[in-house]
Design a protein around this ligand. Structure first.
Ligand SMILES: [Zn+2]
Ligand SMILES: [Zn+2]
Length: 366
């Protein structure tokens, strides 16, 4: 009853300002210029002038309505959830941010704050579902949330991250999704010194997983289907590079890994990797192939192996990850583009033709 009153009151927050954006008008239209309305900051809100926004593979799926069965796209759709910008305005109750700060926004801009997951700081698993940064329900203005392919965003400070000084803000943008998506499982399963860790796939996620696993002190092997990625993988920190299509090479590593992070979204055989785990080893999926996987029960039973999954991270852990990156000087390897190149960038993304994340320089929108 009270909640309804609050929602009604919040929905009446009708003061908005226009913001330049790039939006898709349909699944096949591609992205083009569009003007959206952002709410003027409430007492708890931070207004951010967006400087850079990473291009996540999810953006492409959502824009093309490829997740229609679970998350149908509402058009016009303004994607983008790897946002870094400058704070230009704060509400009267904001404590952690001031004008001029460099701030980040990731995949969520709110959650219920009351369920066990939220209370545990795992807002990404909110039982009432987190409010996604784009294509989520805008509980304040009504309609749908708009993401970071835009010149500004207004977010409750509880869901805004501090980006450490000294980190290149463009290279830091992908940390907000690709970074936390790989950092969280490596932390959850206590990856560190003395362990042998495998990273499957050298893309936007994989290259971050590689950097983090190495920074945590593990011996890291990179699995790839393409031998020509070897030199790059070594440069990024891999101790070994294993070509996964080479059965003899794979066989050599049977039963030797403590942990494997599988960052591949294309359909592939999980058994080939499961059999590489040692007793009590865990393989965690962060890529999401479209088809259900076939898993041999023997591969799990014989060495008490575990197959798990993981999704981004909570706000507290995302801040911890950014602070860690600040200490260690970790950012993503990026290719900076103008917003006008976004449709071409999507085509290249489909061919994995990017090293290793596109980031949009939002100055091109102003
Ligand atoms: Zn993402
Ligand atoms: Zn919740």
């Amino acid at each position: 009853m009270l909640d309804t009153e609050v929602i009604t009151k919040e929905r009446s927050h009708s003061v908005t300002f226009p913001s330049k954006a790039f939006a898709a008008r349909s699944a096949t239209s591609g992205l083009g210029p569009f003007t959206i309305e952002r709410r003027t900051p409430r007492a708890q809100d931070v207004q951010i002038e967006i400087l850079f926004c990473g291009v996540c593979h999810s953006d492409l799926h959502q824009v093309r309505d490829e997740w229609n069965a679970v998350m149908p796209t509402v058009y016009p759709c303004v994607p983008g959830h790897e946002i870094v910008g400058r704070v230009v305005k704060v509400g009267s109750a904001v404590k952690r941010f001031k004008e001029g700060d460099i701030a980040g926004v990731g995949c969520m801009v709110d959650s219920c704050r009351k369920c066990p997951s939220c209370l545990a700081g795992e807002e990404q698993f909110c039982e009432n579902f987190m409010t996604l940064t784009y294509n989520g329900e805008d509980k304040i203005l009504g309609g749908v949330t708009y993401g970071g392919y835009s010149d500004s965003v207004v977010v409750d400070e509880a869901y805004v991250l501090r980006v450490p000084n000294g980190l290149d803000p463009a290279g830091a943008a992908p940390l907000l999704c690709a970074g936390i998506t790989t950092y969280s499982p490596l932390r959850t399963w206590n990856v560190g010194k003395g362990q042998k860790v495998g990273i499957v796939g050298l893309g936007g996620l994989g290259h971050m997983g590689l950097k983090f696993a190495k920074a945590f002190g593990a011996h890291v092997a990179l699995f790839t289907t393409s031998p020509k990625k070897t030199a790059d993988a070594v440069r990024l920190g891999a101790d070994e590079v294993i070509v996964s299509t080479d059965n003899a090479a794979m066989q050599k590593y049977s039963g030797s890994f403590d942990f494997i992070l599988d960052a591949v979204s294309a359909d592939h055989d999980l058994n080939a990797y499961l059999q590489l785990l040692k007793l009590d080893g865990t393989m965690t999926l962060v890529g999401a192939p479209s088809k259900p996987a076939r898993v041999s029960a023997f591969n799990l039973i014989m060495k008490r192996r575990r197959l798990a999954g993981s999704a981004i991270g909570g706000i507290r852990e995302t801040q911890e990850m950014l602070d860690f990156c600040g200490e260690k000087g970790i950012t993503a390897d990026i290719e900076l583009i103008k917003i006008q190149q976004i449709n071409q960038a999507y085509e290249r993304l489909l061919k994995s033709d990017v090293k290793y994340r596109f980031v949009i320089d939002m100055a091109s929108l102003r």
